[in-house]
Design a protein around this ligand. Sequence first.
Ligand code: PGA
Length: 254
Amino acid sequence: MTMAGRRPLVAGNWKMNGLRSSIGVVETVRKDLPKDLLDRVDVLICPPSTLISSCVAAVYGSPIAIGGQNLHAKPSGAFTGSISAEMLADLGAKYVIVGHSERRAYHHETDDGVHAKALGARRAGLCGIICVGETKEEREEGRTLDIVRAQLAIGVPKGATGADTVIAYEPVWAIGTGLTPTPADIAEVHASLREMLGQLIGPEAAKVRILYGGSVKPGNARDLMAVDNVDGALVGGASLVAEDFIGIANAYAR
Ligand code: PGA
């Protein structure tokens, strides 16, 4: 548990990486993660949709969860190429990432779209991981808190709870770059997000986990976890290597 009594969540986001041969990574994570770690930390892997079924089979009987990286807000219909929350849940997914900055940048996702998708996730019984984060320019202009608070205010549905919602703070400039904000900067953003959540959903805000994401590695995970209001990590590149992902999860098990 974190100091505030929230159970840490370490989530891997494979992005558009992984073929059937990559299931071995999930098998290794399952085999090599210390058993007692899973009593204290929630561990989640979000592979591409093509691998969800096989990953669910690979973690069968273990508390490791599998999630999606995106969803369509509607349950079904004429939306060629899209996948609904119900379809993800049907495969055994428990979580879904919503509004990742790559979706916002390359697929023009808006905060209203994120809101609709978060509602879709809840409708199907999935926990939505709503991503927020500023660009390099926005940080340099001193607008970080305004940006992430607005993303949160629009994205998070009314009545969100700690069970159906996780927030991930991912500065766009820290994703895949090896750069991370200072612990003080992360603490400032997470405190502000927690305060904004309080305005949006009241006392339930204390139960919602706020992850940090952006260049989390085994070498910096311990320092990041020690920051106030950091309840886990959303891990991209390092989640593709079983040993690195396990190293990060270990840092959150303290
Ligand atoms: P990264 O990606 O760990 O490779 O920086 C994080 C993310 O995009 O979720």
